[in-house]
Design a protein around this ligand. Structure first.
Ligand code: HPA
Length: 269
């Protein structure tokens, strides 16, 4: 089965198992899992691996659970436990969740992640709206056979990938919120200081190991995309140390702020 048909089937299963279609998807990254129950009234839950095409993640701090949550008049699909390229998954597997979410009705996909900060004005514990990205994975979810009949062509315009409309709404709610360019690498090792110098010269403010392929796949299917990073550490060579446990702890400490940002973003759709 091709990846689009696989996602279609998963989208139908999500709607059936969680009691109706959705309008917003939130993909929770490392250290964001605790936020899952705080985005609205949880109406249902399914283990990701019980839905067609989903794999169970192998990273501590990523629980593979998909929840339905009501927040005001929004039906939110909260997806905890994304899979990453560094686990050996293909680009099609990495974007399966967001494709399934769009098939389940989501016209807005919110991608969250943990990221290293390259920008001295973005400190640890700060949520940051992603304004644009630099895809350094060398991969695209749209390479391979052309999308089947009925899908948009694969030559997707990424000019306004991270919705400027929603970023403006988020800034109106929180004028102090930071914005930055996210560089997406494969990982799983952290970067060298020389690589961080290179990324900063390229214009990156944040660095991480997810999000870029999912953003492309969601946009290709016509969804509006929002990205929110949580700066969990200063990038390599900028002081401090790099450690997965610290990334998760910084996520927990910043929970109140990130829930507030996500609430605004979800509501502004
Ligand atoms: N580099 C890459 N990915 C990350 C980092 C980092 O410093 N912090 C959290 N995810």
């Amino acid at each position: 089965m091709n990846p689009f048909e696989r996602a279609e089937r998963a989208g139908i299963e999500l709607v059936e198992r969680l009691g109706g279609s959705f309008d917003t998807a939130v993909v929770l990254g490392s250290g964001w899992a605790e936020v899952a129950g705080k985005l609205g009234t949880v109406k249902g839950e399914v283990a990701a691996e019980a839905v067609s095409g989903f794999h169970s993640p192998s990273v501590p701090g990523h629980g593979g659970t998909i929840r339905a949550a009501d927040r005001g008049d929004r039906r939110v699909l909260v997806m905890a436990g994304r899979v990453h390229l560094y686990e050996g998954h293909s680009p099609a597997d990495v974007v399966h969740g967001v494709r399934a979410a769009v098939m389940a009705g989501c016209s807005h996909v919110v991608l969250t992640n943990a990221a290293g900060s390259l920008n001295p004005s973005i400190g640890v514990g700060q949520p940051v709206l992603i304004s644009d990205h630099i895809n350094l994975t060398g991969l695209s979810p749209l390479s391979g056979p052309a999308p089947p009949e009925g899908y948009p062509i694969r030559f997707t315009d990424l000019t306004d990938l991270y919705s400027s409309r929603i970023r403006e709404a988020a800034r109106r709610a929180d004028p102090a919120i930071a914005e930055g360019v996210y560089a997406g690498l494969v990982g799983p090792h952290f970067e060298t200081p020389a690589e961080i110098t290179m990324l900063a010269r390229m214009g990156a403010d944040l660095v991480g190991m997810s999000t870029v392929l999912e953003a492309i796949a969601a946009r290709h299917l016509g969804a509006e995309v929002t990205g929110v990073s949580l700066a969990t550490n200063m990038a390599a060579g900028m002081g401090g140390t790099l450690d997965h446990k610290e990334v998760l702890e910084a996520g927990q400490a910043a929970q109140g702020r990130v829930v507030a940002v996500l609430g605004t973003v979800i509501g502004s759709r």
